[in-house]
Design a protein around this ligand. Sequence first.
Ligand SMILES: [Fe+2]
Length: 303
Amino acid sequence: MNTIYFDSPHDDTTRRMNLYAGQVYVFSPTLAGKALCAFAAEMCEDAFAPHAPQKAQHHLGVEEYVQILAKLKPAFIHHPECKVLIPKLLDELRCDLEQIYFDVPRLRTACAGDYLSSGLAYAFKPHRDTWYSPPLCQLNWWLPVFPIESDNVMAFHPHYWDTPVRNSSHQFNYQDWNLSGRKDAAKQVGKDTRVQSEALEPMDLQPEVRVVCEPGGLVLFSAQQMHSTVPNTTDLTRISIDFRTVHRGDLEEGREAPNIDSESSGTTLMDYLRGTDQQKFPDEMIEALKSSKQTPVHPNSVM
Ligand SMILES: [Fe+2]
């Protein structure tokens, strides 16, 4: 990464090619972005009432907190309103809805201090999303639901864009993980024992770049981008939304970010819904990728 574009008027094709080359885009709040975040905020406020969502961790025991998240997160993720608002947001930002496929939005919570750093509030260590079996043309869209600060956001580690990291992605198969991992997340309080793709060598996280934008605004970046959750040293829980997109033409024609070090296998392709009508990718495309394994430019991870 050498450039962060703010409110760039680039068309989506130019933007995607820059994203695949490691650049990052940041946008001010849009109408649909604000609506999506307001909708998430309302669900959070209902779930944590009478406590403010960002302060609820200071009033609730960990078990009770996790139980609230266990209901709140799936309710948001699968709410039909999200499937209305996300295509609106993509349209506002000049995506071709015939070509763009999106997955359901995740609701993330990064608690202050060491209150909770596993399971449903998994604190993401430095990673690339490419270590988790997506197409290499996947893009990530990240929006804060409530105001954020430098000390409770996510960070990019741009020097790793073209520097491979020894990692355990060779152990990660999305189909296997879906069967065994996700359904156990609500039980993971304290220590997270699920198999995750992660770095297997010490990393130098400096220099890092933290982007602070307003709720309803967003950060857009490639799945190849090395990023992490910063230690939350504020006293407020950070609550954010993220979702992923795949451009069908880019997938079919191999326009994508370079695979620097991922050997994950399987595919997430069945998770994405077309912008126009929420149709999934054709079965034959999904099946062809289910048995695939990513081949990095720098094989590194097998020990
Ligand atoms: Fe990520």
